[in-house]
Design a protein around this ligand. Structure first.
Ligand SMILES: Cc1cc2nc3c(=O)[nH]c(=O)nc-3n(C[C@H](O)[C@H](O)[C@H](O)COP(=O)(O)OP(=O)(O)OC[C@H]3O[C@@H](n4cnc5c(N)ncnc54)[C@H](O)[C@@H]3O)c2cc1C
Ligand SMILES: NC(=O)c1ccc[n+]([C@@H]2O[C@H](COP(=O)([O-])OP(=O)(O)OC[C@H]3O[C@@H](n4cnc5c(N)ncnc54)[C@H](O)[C@@H]3O)[C@@H](O)[C@H]2O)c1
Length: 440
């Protein structure tokens, strides 16, 4: 049996970060990836980068075939870079096969034609997440149903696209495919659109999408999928029926533990199927860690990378960072225009007992909106009345995905809102909106 200092199962962005740090400290590492088209993980191959390329090119009104080709070319190039960076690292053995636990510290790699057993004191699980399919009648056997990975490989844009789930993926894909010419219908079980977000901002998003002729069906419980001729029929509990050329399932992603054989270990799962970890991301088994999507919680590339850095510091004895000390985590939905948030909404802040000041600033009030000829959007801020610290912002409109990081930095460093209110910035840019937004 081959022995290593560490085995990493799954080659996502966290794995790459971790392998680089461990090998720089002279650890010998086995890195196991199940699919040869997934070196670098979801972000590089089927997630962040490919979808943001499509979004960018759709905004630039490129035709779909051209955008698809660019997306595929860049993805291939990035995957090769990921592969080569590990391949040429003399301390890494890259296995293309499926990793599974035989026991707490022994891993079996299924290489197709043979199996190998590997042993290590340290094991890191970075197996990501996979699409979650709700229990809808016909979902498995109906043709024309895709997850986000499959939809973005279609050679042509579906004329009529149904999307089940109006979360991150649902909203991003609705925006992208609408720009490429699809007639999009979104189905969401909830009564409210973007229920966890600031109401005023969610309503502004809903209006922009509706103005684009994206049909948003709320309170819509899809209970049957079937084929009618070459189309997909969606039937809802409310007895409505719809026909589409393609249907995207965007109802969340679940931790990918399917192949790991965790039953033969002492690793403990949480009630949502994520791998339970402590503040240093160590599982119930000593020296076995889980990072990124597979441990449940936030599903963002910057989280898996940050997890990897935290774990590396811990196992290499280079610092004492804890997950609970991680500061504010922002997020963006890359729609057109973009949406972003960090911290609390007004309702959440009040529920937590804060005395708050709030303010909203419409994008139409900025000089930037004249320059770009786009007045759509609304920014909202919530501030702690007692300390002047920012509790949260929800941003919708031009540059939201960039500007949210400015506010995150202010929040992490306890900079009072008055700093953003009074700061001198260049002109005419979107950052100026903070002078107005924080004038409360
Ligand atoms: C369509 C889409 C768009 C997204 N857009 C963004 C975005 O804009 N910004 C953002 O921050 N996040 C985005 N995300 C989320 C982001 O991609 C993930 O949070 C991130 O990639 C998770 O990284 P990870 O390291 O946890 O897992 P992954 O990157 O998924 O890596 C896990 C790897 O493990 C492999 N694997 C699984 N099981 C085994 C096994 N038993 N043996 C060997 N290998 C195995 C898988 O093949 C995979 O390559 C998006 C996701 C999707 C689906
Ligand atoms: N920009 C980004 O950072 C980005 C982009 C895409 C994906 N992601 C990550 O990928 C993960 C998965 O994205 P997602 O959009 O699939 O999940 P999600 O959790 O964001 O949204 C799923 C949506 O589906 C709805 N839903 C669930 N079951 C349903 C049903 N039966 N019928 C109708 N609606 C239903 C939910 O109410 C929810 O609104 C996210 O957690 C996110 O972190 C991030």
């Amino acid at each position: 049996m081959k022995k290593y200092d560490a085995i990493i199962i799954g080659f996502g962005q966290g794995a790459r970060t971790l392998a680089t740090k461990l090998t720089a400290n002279e650890w010998n590492v086995a890195l196991i990836e199940k699919n040869e088209w997934m070196y670098g993980g979801s972000c590089v191959n089927i997630g962040c980068i490919p979808t943001k390329i499509l979004e960018h090119d759709a905004r630039e009104q490129k035709d779909y075939a051209t955008a698809l080709k660019r997306k595929n070319d860049v993805t291939k190039r990035n995957r090769n870079t990921e592969f080569t960076s590990m391949q040429k690292n003399e301390r890494v053995d890259l296995y293309t096969g499926t990793g599974a636990f035989k026991s707490n510290h022994i891993i079996t790699v299924d290489l197709g034609d043979k199996k190998e057993e590997l042993e290590a004191e340290y094991i890191f699980i970075d197996t990501g997440s996979e699409s979650n399919y709700p229990p809808i009648e016909g979902i498995k056997e109906t043709r024309g149903i895709y997850n986000s990975t499959e939809l973005q490989t279609l050679p042509e844009v579906p004329k009529n696209l149904g999307i089940i789930g109006a979360g991150n993926i649902g909203l991003e894909f609705a925006s992208i495919y609408e720009m490429f010419g699809s007639k999009v219908t979104l189905f969401e079980t909830g009564e409210q659109f973007m229920p966890k977000e600031e109401r005023e901002v969610a309503e502004a998003v809903q209006k922009v999408l509706t103005d684009k002729a994206i049909d948003i069906q709320l309170n819509a419980r899809v209970n049957k999928l079937s084929n009618e001729n070459e189309q997909v029929k969606i039937e809802t509990e409310e007895d409505d029926s719809f026909l589409f050329d393609a249907v995207l399932i965007a109802t969340g992603r679940k931790p990918n533990t399917a192949y790991l054989n965790l039953d033969d270990t002492d690793i403990v799962m949480d009630e949502k199927g994520g791998i339970e970890v402590n503040d240093y991301l160590e599982t119930a088994v000593e020296h076995v860690f889980a990072l990124g999507d597979v441990r449940g919680g936030y599903q963002f590339t910057y989280i898996t990378i940050n997890d990897a850095k935290l774990i590396a510091d811990y196992v290499l004895d280079k610092g004492d960072r804890k997950r609970s000390e991680r500061q504010h985590v922002p997020y963006s939905i890359f729609m057109e225009p973009s949406f972003a948030r960090v911290g609390l909404t007004e309702t959440e802040a009040k529920d937590e007992g804060y005395q708050v000041l709030t303010n909203m600033a419409p994008v139409s009030g900025t000089t930037r909106s004249d320059v770009i000829n786009d007045t759509r959007g609304l920014y909202k801020a919530v501030v702690n009345k007692e300390t002047n610290e920012i509790l949260g912002v929800t941003l919708f409109g031009d540059q939201a995905h960039e500007l949210v990081n400015q506010v995150k930095m202010a929040m992490d460093n306890h900079i009072p809102y008055t700093y953003l209110r009074d700061q001198v910035v260049t002109h005419p840019v979107m950052s100026e909106i903070f002078n107005t937004l924080f004038d409360m």
